[in-house]
Write a protein that binds this ligand. Sequence first.
Ligand SMILES: Cc1ncc(COP(=O)(O)O)c(C=O)c1O
Length: 397
Amino acid sequence: MTEHEQWISGRVRGLMPSATLRINTLAKEYKAQGKPVLSFATGEPDFPTPLPIVEAAIKALQAGKTKYTPTPGIPELRAAIVRRYQEKYGVLYDPDAVVVTIGGKQALYNLFQTILNPGDEVVFFSPYWVSYAEQIKLAGGVPVAVQTDLTTGFIPDPGLVASAITAQTKAILINSPNNPTGAVYPREVLQSLAELALKHDLLLISDEIYEDLVYTGVHTCLPTLALSGVKERTVVVSGVSKSFSMTGWRLGWAVGPEAIIKGMSDLQSHATSNAASVSQYAALAALTQDLPELANMAMTFQERREVMYDLLRAIPGLQVALPQGAFYLFVDLRGLPGFQNSETFCRDLLVEALVATVPGEAFGAPGHMRLSYATSRADIEEGCRRIAAFVEKIRGE
Ligand SMILES: Cc1ncc(COP(=O)(O)O)c(C=O)c1O
C-alpha cells in the first residue's frame, strides 16, 4: 500500500486509470520538453467551437445568465432537444423525457447509478469506450463485454449477445457510431438487438454521441426502429461535444422513459446540480442556429479518414478496416513479427517515433491500437510515415 492509500475507498482503488489520459499526459510532457510529438491519441475534434455558439455564450453571460438553473436543464434547451429528435428522426418526446447533463459522460454515469442494483449485468461490445466498464462497476453492476472483430467490421453478432444474456442482465448498451472502431451498426443488426431486449425485458442504452459524424452507412437513432415497445425501453445519450466541437463546454443529455430520466435528475440534484448555465445557452445556440462550419468539419474528417486508412493499410503487418463514422481508426497489430502486446508497442512508438496512440487494452481489445484522425492532414501524413519507419525497423530486427 502506498502512502495515504488507506484513505482511499475500495471503489476508487479498483478503478482502472484511463489509458487515453495516461498516454496523453506523457505526450504532453514530451511536447513541453520541446519534442516534436504527433498525437493521434485525443478524442476530440481539432476544430474551434463555431463562433456563433461562442458569441451566444458571451451574450448569455452579459445578460446575467450566471445563476443556478433547473437541475434537468433550462426549459428552452430541453425544448430544443425535443425538437431535434422530432425534426432529425421523427421521434416524439415530452420535455420531461430529457435531462441535460455535464457531458454525455455524466449522462451515462447517472444512468448506471439510476438503473443498476448490485450484481445487475450490462451487456455491451468490445472494443468499447474506456469508461463503460468502470462506470458500470462504480454502480455495483457487472460489465459483460461481447466481442466484435475486424473481420466483420466490428459489427456485433446478435447470436453472441443472446448467449451472453442471463437472469441478471438489465440492459444492452450500444454505441454506434462507435468509439474506438468507427463502426456504424446496420439497422438490421440494431433490430435484432432490440428484439433480444424485448424478448428478455431488458433496457436499451444507445450512446449516440457521434451521431453527426457518419461518412458511409446511415446512423440509426435507436427509437426509430419499427418495433413496438423499443422507444419505451430505450435511453438515448448524446450531446454537443463531438457534433459541435464543444468538448470543453461539458454539455450532454439523455432522453428516455420519464421515470428513469427523473431518477437521473434526482441523483444529479444531489451530486452536481445543473450543467453550467453558460454551456446550456451555448448548446441552445448550437441546436437552433444554422452552422455551415459543421458540414466543412464532417467533410474534412471524411478526407482525413481516407488518407490515414490508405497510409496505414499500406504498412505490412497492420490490419485496418475503413471506419464508417466518428474519427478513429482501430488497427490490429497482431500480424507484426515478434508482436508482444499493444501497451508495449504504443509506448515504444511514442518513445522512439514520437507518435502518440492509444493501446487496445484500454478498450478491452489487446493487440490493437486506436488512432484519432482529429488532427491535421500534414500530421497524419508525417505520423503514418513515422509509424511505417518504426514498423520497418521492427520487421528488420
Ligand atoms: C463513446 C463515447 N461516449 C461518451 C463520451 C462522452 O462525451 P462527453 O465529452 O460529452 O462527456 C465519449 C467521449 O469521448 C465517447 O467517446
